[in-house]
Each structure stands twice: as structure tokens, then as C-alpha cells.
Design a protein around this ligand. Structure first.
Ligand code: PRX
Length: 636
């Protein structure tokens, strides 16, 4: 497996050059580090026009054989998963590779007993428990396609996702714990399923033992189903042999228009890419403890809690709780307790912990830390230095990993200890990745000391293949803006040294605490409220979240005072999307600034939300320029 790892900056340059000149040879060499039941006939065929991208065509594999079975001889008794509960007084759990393998086989048999077949879509809505990873891997083992939905989404959002993918089965828990909160997961699923006739079965794990309704003929307990397969004898579940281009999972993500789309990843390419990036970026060496603080409901959790680490035989730590419970020293307690070597977290968590000062770090032994990672949003220099000084003690390289749900794994990032870091910079592309900056006309901007829109001009194995059920949407969103390029939606700077710095989204997508939220989605939810005529949502700089959600709302027929009406609107957004999309600020306005053709001038609203009202630019093309004065005067 170590054949994939680059070991010096000089080698990086050589390997990068090779990956551009001979991409197929390069990727075939990487793919050779995995277990294939049958090798590929063809490394790559592609065009970005349709788009149609196929990696390792003709190859047969199962990703769980790579994540579990192939390690049993050498790592069977080594920890695969360490689980730390929300409540620090509850016992932690450790699952060895052998135990994890057995549990995945068992649950895969449960799924089969419940009628699941290759190609079926399964919705997973669970707390951060080892059983969530087990459920994901069990699906992959039998060729079912998982669609994990983050616990912060509402019943309506879950229903939309279940309907879009026509899921046959849901896996959930009675409830979950996060900080001081009890999450009523099964109850949310019950609300969602009112709209989802395709779901015939719900498997419910017991976690919180909060009372839940169990509907006869539809709902079954996880533990009862496990008992049934135990009495059936053999815990073994042979893997389903998958084509490299069979779907592995769907993960929904927001864009600038319409409803979230189901990003599709396939078995062979995704496996290679998650494993390759994990091994390289973090320079993982056997025996180290890897702690990624993301939720498995996001791509970071898929690639760097489950598939990447396990494919490399690593020990991956799953934490059920939040960084500030029971106090702001929790991450450092966990690092100390399990001697974490690699800590991969988000700028928003770092900024939040910074705000508590250095007290929570007192008496915490962080000397095990070797590598630090950041993901999800641009990291400001202040947070970068705090992380470097107080957590890494200036000895642990920080890998600022830029990538997206659609990419499957890291794209532009330092390689820990091998390539240089630079505060606020994602730095250099991994070998195999060909970034380009383009101007509005799609013309490539060459040279250094330039900025533009970030595109990728050659496929990599982890690229999305389609958006579920709507290939045209995939083409329009990613491949139609610039000919023959994958468009990321991000703005980017390439400095004099050729290092990349991501400057943020250039479309109507917000990044709130590292979560991707479409402004159109939030507007649609606000507009569902009975008093609202229309609304416009923009982002504004937020000290902890990176970006906050600022809503300008036209709401003439209010019940109660403005404050209550605001709360009603927030409650509506919470119902339609979920707590993660709640507006931070709601300003009531009598009208929105529109051009004569009826288009909302978001540029003006963005400036007002940012508090930069001195310089609003030309407002003469507005239908009613006076509305701007009113909005300025009422800005929050
Ligand atoms: O804007 C970029 C930002 O997050 C977006 C991708 O969001 P999502 O698909 O939810 O995936 C997040 C985790 C991979 C990107 O378009 N982003 C992600 N990582 C970084 C980043 N922006 C700056 N620096 C990063 N390291």
C-alpha cells in the first residue's frame, strides 16, 4: 500500500509530471495497490461533453473486501474503529478489523433477510455510532446503494431525498445524543415516511431508548434482526462482485438552483481515490490513530472516516458528540485519551474553540499529534496560526485540503511533511489533478500571480459520474459553463509561487460552518411561510461560522410583532430544510432592489449585509432606487 505514498518534494514534482503526461499509466499504478477480483480492460474513457467518464472499465471488485477482508490476516486484531460517546462517562468502544468484518457481514445478512438486493437504494439516518459505519459498509458489501442523510436535516428534506432516490428501506435509530440535545431520529423518520410509499421497511437501532412508534409490518429493531441471523448460523456474508462503474452511493448536496442533487459515486474510481488521497495527504503510517471530526452524513465522513482510512488498514476514530460538550476541551481530551496522531477538522470548529481561550487546553497532552488537517471552507490566517501554535506546537504540518462532494477526495492540498504549507492556502494539486483558472469567457488564465474561476481539465477517479435520476442537471451544473472542463463553482488565486488559495464560491451557494447551503433553497423555505411575499438570501461574514445567513424578507401580513414573526419564519425554515439552514438575521423590507426586468440585485444586498453601504455602486438601473435607502437604514 505504501507504493502510493510520495516521500519527498522532489518526488512530488516527478510524480506530478508523470501523472499529467501519462495519466492512464499513473492511475493504473495507483489502482494496483487495491484488491480487484478482476483487473480492468481499460483504465479510462471520457468526455466532458455529455459527460461520460469511466474508470477501470471491466474491473470487478467490492470496496468492503478492500476495507475489511484483505486486512484480516495482518491486522485482524488491530483496532479498525475507536468510538468515543457523547457522554464522557459512558464507556468507549473499540472494534478490531475482525470484529468489524463480522458485524458488517451480520448486518449485510440482515439487509438480505429484509429483501435488499444489489442496486436497491437505502436511506441511512443515524447518529455517529459504529453502527452507522457498519450500515454503510453492509450496503456496499451486498451492492446496495447507500444515501446517508445528515442528522441536522428535517423530515421534509429526508422525504425529498428518499423520494428522489426511491429508497426501499431506511436505517435509523430511536434517537441520538449530541451535546445536551436528544435527537428524535425515529420520530423525524416517521414524519418523513408519510410522504414516501416506496419505503417498505425501517430498521431501528436502539441508542437513546426514547419512546418510538414501531409500525407493524414496516418497522423492525436492529437487535432483533441481528438475533435472527445469529440463529441462522454462519456470520459470513460473501461480497457481491461489483463492476467498477456500478454505483456505490448517492450523497445529496446543495447547488445554486432548485433542490439538492444526488451526487453519484461509483465503486472502483471512488475506492481508488479515497484510499490514494488518505494515504498521501496525511502520510498515514500503520498503527497511527486518525481522528476526523466530520459527520458521516457529509462527504468528508464518507471518505475520511470510513472508506479512505479502512481501505488503508488505519484506525479511525468516530466521535458521537460536539467539540464543546461537556466543555470546550473535549477534542483535546479525546486526543489525549486515545493518543490521536492525525486530527482532521474544520475551520469553524477551530474558530469556535479559539473563542474559549487557552484554558481548555490546560493539562492536555497533545504530544501525540503529528499531522493536522482542515477542510470545508477557507481557513483564515488567525485560525491557521492558532491551530499551528496551540494544537500542533509548530511541529505538525497543517494540510488545508480543498475538495468537494463531487470530487470524492482531496484535490488541492499540501502533502503532510512532504510539500510546503502556507497559511490560508490549499497550496498544490495532488498528482493526477489538473486545475486551471479561467476568466468569464472560459479562457484559461496562465502564469502566476493571477485569479479566476477554478476548473479541472482532466478527469480523476473520484469525479462524480452523474446526479441521480437527472444526468442533464449534472451536465448543466458542472460541465456546461466552460467547454471541456469541470467547473467547481469556486473562485481561486494562484500566487507568484504557483500556490492555490481558494477565495470562496462564485455562485449563489453559501458555506455556513462548512455546510453547503443554496440561497435559492433557503428562499424557497422562507417563502413557504404564510406571511411572506418574497425574500432574498445572501451570506455575510460571521466570526465563527465563516458565513452567516442574512435574509431580506417582504412580509406584509404579520401576526404578532416583528420578533415573533422572525421566529415563525425561522421555524418554517427549520421544518422545510432543517436547523442547519436557519437564517441568522432577518430584515423585514417593503420591497427588494430589482432591475427593470425583475431580477433581484444581489450584489447590493450582499454589500448591505456585509455592512459595506458606502460603496453600493450603480443603482440607477433599479426599478425603484428608493428601496435601497430604506434597506440601508434598516440593516441589522
Ligand atoms: O467552496 C469550497 C469549500 O467547500 C465547497 C465544497 O463543499 P462540500 O461539497 O460540502 O464539501 C466540503 C468538504 C469537502 C467547495 O466548493 N471548501 C472545501 N474545502 C475547502 C473549501 N474552501 C476553501 N478551502 C478548503 N480547504
Amino acid at each position: 500500500m505504501s507504493n502510493m505514498k510520495i516521500s519527498s518534494f522532489e518526488e512530488y514534482h516527478q510524480v506530478y509530471k508523470h501523472s499529467v503526461e501519462q495519466p492512464e499509466e499513473f492511475w493504473a499504478g495507483i489502482a494496483d495497490n487495491f484488491h480487484w477480483r478482476k483487473k480492468w480492460d481499460n483504465v479510462l474513457s471520457w468526455n466532458f461533453k455529455e459527460p461520460n467518464v469511466k474508470w477501470f472499465e471491466g474491473a470487478k471488485l467490492n470496496i468492503t473486501e478492500n476495507c475489511l477482508d484483505r486486512h484480516l490476516d495482518t491486522l485482524g486484531d488491530k483496532p479498525a474503529i475507536i468510538w468515543e460517546p457523547n457522554d464522557p462517562t459512558e464507556d468507549h468502544r473499540i472494534l478490531t478489523y475482525k470484529q468489524l468484518h463480522d458485524k458488517v457481514c451480520q448486518f449485510a445478512n440482515v439487509l438480505k433477510n429484509n429483501g435488499v438486493k444489489k442496486g436497491d437504494r437505502i436511506c441511512i439516518y443515524m447518529p455517529m455510532l459504529p453502527e452507522l459505519a457498519i450500515a454503510v459498509l453492509a450496503c456496499a458489501r451486498i451492492g446496495a446503494i447507500h444515501s446517508v442523510v445528515f442528522g441536522g436535516f428535517s423530515a421534509q428534506s429526508i422525504a425529498d431525498r428518499i423520494k428522489d432516490a426511491e429508497c426501499a428501506l431506511v436505517i435509523t435509530a430511536d434517537g441520538g445524543f449530541r451535546g445536551t440535545k436528544d435527537l428524535p431520529l425515529k420520530s423525524v423518520i416517521d414524519d418523513a415516511l408519510v410522504q414516501c410509499p416506496s419505503v417498505k421497511r425501517v430498521i431501528v437501532l436502539t441508542r437513546s431508548r426514547t419512546p418510538v412508534s414501531m409500525i407493524k409490518g414496516r418497522d423492525v429493531w436492529w437487535e432483533d434482526e441481528i438475533k435472527k441471523v445469529e440463529t441462522q448460523g454462519s456470520p459470513v456474508c460473501p461480497v457481491e462482485e461489483m463492476d467498477a462503474e456500478d454505483m456505490l452511493f448517492i450523497l445529496y448536496t446543495s447547488g445554486s438552483t432548485g433542490k439538492p442533487k444526488g451526487v453519484v459515486h461509483t465503486c472502483g474510481g471512488y475506492m481508488v481515490y479515497a484510499g490514494y488521497t488518505f494515504a498521501n495527504t496525511f502520510q498515514y503510517t500503520p498503527g497511527e490513530v486518525f481522528f476526523c471530526t466530520a459527520d458521516i452524513g457529509w462527504i468528508t465522513g464518507h471518505s475520511y472516516i470510513i472508506y479512505g482510512p479502512l481501505s488503508q488498514g488505519a484506525t479511525t476514530l468516530i466521535f458521537e458528540g460536539i467539540p464543546t460538550y461537556p466543555d470546550a476541551g473535549r477534542f483535546w481530551d479525546i486526543v489525549d485519551k486515545f493518543k490521536v496522531n492525525i486530527l482532521y477538522t474544520a475551520p469553524t470548529a477551530i474558530r469556535s474553540l479559539m473563542s474559549f481561550g487557552l484554558d481548555p487546553l490546560k493539562d492536555k497532552d497533545l504530544s501525540s499529534i503529528k499531522v493536522l488537517g482542515s477542510v470545508g471552507e477557507p481557513i483564515n490566517e488567525e485560525a491557521w496560526h492558532w491551530f499551528d501554535d496551540h494544537i500542533g506546537h509548530n511541529k505538525a504540518p497543517i494540510v488545508d485540503t480543498w475538495w468537494q462532494t463531487e470530487n470524492g477526495g482531496h484535490m488541492i492540498t499540501p502533502i503532510a511533511g512532504i510539500t510546503p504549507t502556507k497559511p490560508g492556502y490549499a497550496t498544490l494539486p495532488l498528482p493526477g489533478i489538473q486545475p486551471v483558472l479561467v476568466d468569464e469567457n472560459g479562457k484559461e488564465i496562465e502564469g502566476n500571480g493571477v485569479s479566476g474561476n477554478l476548473c479541472i481539465k482532466f478527469p480523476w477517479p473520484g469525479i462524480l459520474r452523474t446526479t441521480y435520476g437527472d444526468h442533464e442537471r449534472c451536465r448543466l451544473t458542472y460541465f456546461a459553463t466552460y467547454e471541456n472542463m469541470y467547473f467547481t463553482g469556486d473562485g481561486c488565486l494562484r500566487d507568484e509561487d504557483g500556490y492555490y488559495k481558494i477565495t470562496g464560491r462564485v455562485d449563489d451557494v453559501l458555506n455556513v460552518s462548512g455546510h453547503r447551503i443554496g440561497t435559492a433553497e433557503v428562499e424557497n423555505a422562507i417563502n413557504m411561510h404564510s406571511s411572506v411575499v418574497e425574500s432574498a438570501v445572501v451570506g455575510y461574514p460571521h466570526d465563527i461560522k465563516g458565513q452567516g445567513v442574512y435574509a431580506f424578507v417582504v412580509s406584509p401580513g404579520q401576526h404578532g410583532d416583528a420578533d415573533l414573526n422572525r421566529k415563525d419564519i425561522i421555524m418554517t425554515v427549520q421544518r422545510i430544510i432543517g436547523p442547519i439552514a436557519k437564517p441568522d438575521k432577518i430584515q423585514f423590507v417593503s420591497g427588494l432592489p430589482k432591475t427593470r426586468s425583475g431580477k433581484i440585485m444581489r450584489r447590493i444586498l450582499r454589500k448591505i449585509a456585509e455592512g459595506d453601504t458606502a460603496n453600493l455602486g450603480d443603482t440607477s438601473t433599479l426599478l425603484d432606487p428608493s428601496v435601497v435607502e430604506e434597506i440601508k437604514a434598516g440593516a441589522l
